[in-house]
Design a protein. Structure first.
Lengths: 348, 434, 66
């Protein structure tokens, strides 16, 4: 098998140019391996040859990633690289960004790439979805071991071998889950996990909940009595017959229905099409979910200024957060255009 | 646990075929088609029934399943199978029970919607015995006796539900009774009394769904819509004390077969006295509409586990949605008391697997086994045969639309595929990060 | 937001949350006489309007249903 043409990216320090003071060193191409590239070459053996080393000052790269990326792209083309290895960057943040960007540019050219950095490096979250990022120790104490892993990964990538799941192969996952048939029934996996926990042993959960995004609360309305209010519900209340075919679950759409001149949602003229709760109460009185009758009464009593003359509806069962977020943005933009200051949203 | 021992006699079924008599001999079950059809369809809810046989791993798609039941009958001890329904309300789970392993009864058919929508509609599912869908359900290795019903007009959903429930159980028991003179393949002695050695005590918090006629569970024949957490002996499950019901069913539905052959229970029983002390089951339901009621359920589960001396609790889910809240609150309370927990659940991670995967979680839920992403589309190839209607019904919220299934199909979400959620952990499905 | 699952909503990022009645009827109670049910609904909407006018620095659960 032909030896893979491997290109190695390092920063000014590992490229033996200088330390912090050389942080603005421009993008440079040198022949053969330099610094840790020599260790990388040893690990590659006959399977690959480090034909060139790209070097750039961390500051230079990180402050203009666009220009840096363009330089990487041009240089990769010239080198006819089979695979790019960048770093390892360990804890160095700017270095991590540069490594990630270099690999992302290689990937965009169809050249497989891999880098390595510590979990705390901001480059991980920014580039884990765009390229393969292997974990490392915080400092360069882990250099030799990391070079070994990088070399083996690079060889597989260069040979276009299939790379499996993140947990198995040892790279930072993209955060995307795929259903697969594993080696043992879930019940068995669960009991093994519980036994380990009861014995105080280490265990690996199969599902870690991502952090929930919290938004700073909007400033309060200065004067509720003069505010324009809009009504929204995720309880699936629609005009009877569901004229727009709003989905009963896994919603991707929202609708606005007129309420001008209505003192309530008249029973019999509306229904709930939501598939996640007992709709009998809502069907007998839609105001239980979309409280228009009470809102109107308070409007007449000047508890608030005026009411947007439509209510907005979607169904909130099984609806993906990404869709909900998009719908929320669309609704908010429209309501802002309509001069709405405050929203009452009912959820079932 | 108390000395409530059960002898479970297993009769392995190697082959199922139609024949002159309904009988079991030499590992072969023959079914007198007309006799079973008459037994199944006697209820006034039915216009008729078609009895079909499906072989293990056969290229067959089965639509509109309401329940799957393993043939069982008692041959010793108190009570009869399906107490409170087919049998009197007498204690079960001791004495001798016979089961046919390798065959199951399936009740199916197009239950009339009668204008139902939303939560309350008989959902049509599909199930494949071959191809990529086979690993996603527990029955691919079984012979299935499929009872496809047609329904009479002028009956309400309660009537259809009762008809289907009793028909399935009657046929299941009748098939098991054919083995009464045969020699079992094996007899298992299920004794869950407290082991001599000090072993970690595990309690199983078993959630079922029961909300009206479309999603219903029963214990000793009593509908569980008002269930507050209660204790159940695992051997009671073997005798059909806990039954599924309802009409139709999604990929998250627990069938009676899953209650009879609960994978968590089976594993706990198998290693009782060796790896752990299986201390009991806390049966509960979720989907309470009041937040305080969810908190109450969480507390009762934790209190029950404490009273049983649990060191650890396994949780599974009955149904999808806000029932996760009861379980999470129970997990929270257990962990606060030093009781370790593990939860088996599927994910709702969106079609591409990147979305927030659960409706609700607590920080104490540190040990979770995932059975995969239910939101993932599922491409299923054409099967050679459809054992039932050639189309299922979808979109009840717009009055219903036929969806042909006698062809290759791509299900938008796995909720339409029976068993896909792997709710009791019978299957090997899981989640890999990519 | 008015919802029966107040704590869930607050946990998951909703900032101004009014505790509704029950999941299928967050803004009403079919077991009450019409006058009582209506008063309950007025109370919930009033609480919601009040919350819109109140300064908060994190997700806050306002008691709405008594």
């Amino acid at each position: 098998m032909a030896s893979l043409r491997v290109v190695h990216y390092v920063n000014q320090f590992f490229g033996r140019i200088g330390a912090e003071e050389a942080g603005d060193h421009p993008f440079t191409v040198r022949g053969g391996p330099i610094g840790p590239g020599i260790g990388l070459q040893k690990e590659l053996g006959d399977a690959g040859q480090v034909v060139a080393t790209f070097i750039c000052g961390d500051n230079r790269a990180a402050t203009d990633l666009e220009a840096f990326g363009a330089a990487v792209t041009a240089a990769l083309r010239e080198q006819r690289a089979d695979v790019l290895v960048a770093g390892p960057a360990f804890n160095a943040g700017r270095y991590g960004l540069a490594c990630g960007e270099a690999c992302a540019r290689a990937a965009a050219l169809g050249i497989p790439a891999v880098t390595a950095m510590n979990a705390e490096n901001p480059g991980v979250d920014l580039y884990r979805a765009k390229t393969y990022v292997l974990p490392t120790t915080p400092t360069a104490l882990g250099m030799n071991e990391t070079l070994g892993r990088l070399a083996r990964f690079a060889i597989r990538l260069g040979r276009h071998e299939v790379i499996g799941a993140a947990a198995v192969e040892g790279y930072y996952g993209k955060g995307v889950h795929r259903t697969a048939i594993l080696d043992r029934p879930a019940a068995e996996r669960a009991l093994d996990m519980l036994v380990a926990r009861m014995a105080g042993q280490k265990f690996a959960t199969e599902l870690t909940l991502p952090a929930v995004e919290h938004v700073a609360p909007a400033a309060p309305l200065a004067d509720v009595a003069s505010a324009r209010i809009a009504l929204i519900t995720t309880g699936g209340i629609v005009p009877k017959g569901n004229p727009d075919g709003l989905k009963q679950s896994n919603s991707t759409e929202w609708r606005a229905y007129p309420i001008a001149g209505l003192e309530q949602l008249e029973p019999g003229k509306y229904e709930s099409i939501h598939s996640g709760y007992d709709a009998s109460a809502a069907n007998s009185n839609p105001n239980y979910v979309m409280p228009l009758d009470a809102v109107r009464e308070l409007q007449h009593a000047h508890a608030f200024g005026d009411l947007d003359e439509r209510y907005i509806v979607t169904t909130g069962v099984g609806t993906a957060v990404v869709e909900a977020r998009r719908m929320g943005r669309e609704i908010a933009a429209q309501l802002k255009e309509r001069g709405v200051n405050g929203v009452i949203l009912t959820a079932t | 646990m108390s000395a409530k021992t059960l002898e479970l006699g297993t009769f392995d079924v190697a082959d199922v075929a139609f024949g002159d008599r309904t009988a079991f001999a030499g590992g072969k079950l023959t079914i007198a088609r007309d006799e079973i059809a008459t037994l199944a369809s006697s209820d006034p809810a039915f216009a008729g029934v078609e009895v079909m046989l499906v072989r293990p791993h056969e290229s067959v798609r089965i639509p509109q399943i309401t329940d799957v039941i393993e043939p069982r009958a008692k041959s010793g001890g108190t009570g009869g199978v399906f107490p409170g329904l087919l049998s009197a309300v007498e204690p079960v789970g001791s004495g001798r029970t016979d089961r046919l392993r390798g065959v199951a009864v399936v009740t199916s058919g197009p239950v009339p919607w009668l204008g139902a929508k939303g939560l309350f509609v008989p959902h049509d599912s599909v199930l494949d015995m071959a191809g990529p869908g086979a690993d996603l359900q527990p029955y691919a290795n079984l012979h299935l006796v499929v009872l496809r019903f047609t329904f009479k007009d002028g009956v309400d959903h309660e009537g259809y539900e009762r008809g289907l429930l009793l028909a399935g159980e009657k046929v299941a028991r009748a098939l098991a009774l054919t083995a009464r003179d045969a020699a079992p393949s094996s007899v298992e002695h299920r004794d869950l009394s407290r082991p001599a050695a000090a072993l970690p005590r595990i309690v199983y918090a078993y959630q079922v769904q029961s909300q009206g006629v479309f999603m219903r569970s029963r214990l000793y024949g009593r509908v569980l819509d008002e269930l507050q957490p209660t204790l159940v002996h695992p051997n009671e499950l073997a005798d059909g004390a806990l039954t599924a019901g309802g009409l139709g069913g999604h990929g998250v539905k627990l069938h009676t077969w899953m209650h009879q052959n609960n994978a968590v229970v089976e594993h706990l029983v198998a290693a009782h006295g060796k790896r752990w002390d299986f201390a009991g089951i806390v049966l509960h339901r979720g989907h309470f509409y009041l937040y305080e009621d969810k908190q109450r359920v969480g507390l009762r589960i934790a209190e029950s586990a404490t009273l049983l001396g649990a060191n650890g609790v396994v949780f599974t889910l009955g149904g999808a949605g806000n029932n996760v809240t009861e379980v999470m609150l129970a997990i929270q309370e257990c962990e606060r008391r030093g009781i370790k927990t593990v939860l088996i659940t599927w994910e709702h991670a969106g079609p591409d697997g990147s979305d927030y995967p659960l409706p609700f979680a607590v920080p104490e839920a540190v040990a979770i086994v995932s059975t995969g992403n239910l939101d993932e589309p599922l491409a299923l190839p054409k099967m050679d045969r459809v054992a039932g209607d050639q189309a299922i019904r979808v979109r009840p919220e717009i009055g219903g639309v036929p969806y042909p299934i006698d062809t290759a199909i791509t299900l938008e979400r796995r909720t339409f595929y029976a068993g896909a959620a792997n709710p009791i952990g019978f299957g090997r499905s899981g989640s890999v990060e990519s | 937001m008015i919802t029966a699952l107040g704590p869930v909503a607050a946990d998951l990022g909703a900032n101004r949350v009014i505790r509704g009645v029950k999941i299928p009827h967050p803004c009403g109670d079919p077991t009450l006489e019409p006058a009582g049910d209506h008063a309950l609904r007025i109370g919930l909407v009033r609480a919601a309007l009040g919350a819109l006018g109140e300064k908060i620095d994190k997700a806050t659960l306002f008691r709405g249903a008594s």
